[in-house]
Design a protein around this ligand. Sequence first.
Ligand code: NDP
Length: 329
Amino acid sequence: GNFAMASSMKAIQIKNTGGVEVLEHVIIERPKITGLTDVLVKNHFAGVNFIDTYHRSGLYKLSLPAIIGREGAGVVEAVGDGVKDIRPGDHVVYVSPSSYAEFTIANSKKVAKVPDGLDLKLAAASLLQGLTAWVMITQSYEVKKDDWILIHAAAGGVGLLLVQLVKNCGAHVIGTVSNDEKAKLAISAGAEHIINYSNQNVVDEVMRITDNKGVHAIYDGVGKDTFETSLACARRLGSLISFGNASGKVPPFEILRLSEKNLKLMRPTLNNYIETEEEFRKSTAELFTIIKEGKLDIKIWKTYKLNDAKQAHLDLEGRKTTGKLILKL
Ligand code: NDP
């Protein structure tokens, strides 16, 4: 009846882990406010991130059944008693689980009001990947003027943002991509050199470009396939920031090898940089300022319907995409 209709919602749920076939389109009960810091958001958009494929495949464990998705943007429906600055009707963007759904309960500590001049779609497209790129260049390895920086998958979601932010620091960007179309895009985002790692030797190219010194830092979200290359591209005293597993997780590693060049190796996650409300608010405010100043162009590859979440995953894992994928609720 009417009551059941009003309290149900569409969502993408997984009951088992596996390929895209485990993504089920379901009608389930809407979540309700139960905690003091809960914010009930009517989602307009959910961002698609590579992590969603790890949750689906089981590389990162969720307790099942689960609605996947880690970020969204929409309008606040209701808030818990402890929430002070966010009100029903506010336009918000958040980093929180279960965003592939019409409604999500987000923790107010990870919910930000969308600033004037930024629409909900762009907000959903910018938050998780934007924060990731921002904390990587300010905290994992602090990029300095004139540094040489290697960025893998430079035309990807995080990649295109890293290229622009690193360039903005006055550093030199070398990007890797798998095809010429991606190369053009990464160059237009600010990469000084692009290496097509499908047909060029990355280490040789990096050494040629850097006068055989190597780079000061490497941002590597590809993982398994690029890890050894990344190590070889680092200069003495360099830093390898391994922040993802698009090609699979990096196998166990002998740390003594770092002494060959006194390298720093780090495996950071965004979550540990935005654990506290203060950290989340600071980084989010910095990111929004950069976007409002026009210093970060967020390129949306495609907006998919919720029903097409499977296709979004196939495209992302199939290396077909550039920039950001979005689901429209
Ligand atoms: P991308 O848009 O970058 O998509 C992944 C890209 O990786 C592909 O387009 C492809 O680019 C490249 N790639 C290389 N090898 C493979 C492979 N075997 N299979 C699939 N893709 C491959 O995704 P995101 O921007 O969402 O994420 C990028 C990386 O950043 C991921 O590893 C993700 O997990 C990580 N990440 C980590 C975070 C953290 O907190 N640590 C937070 C957010 C993202 P090409 O064709 O040019 O090779």
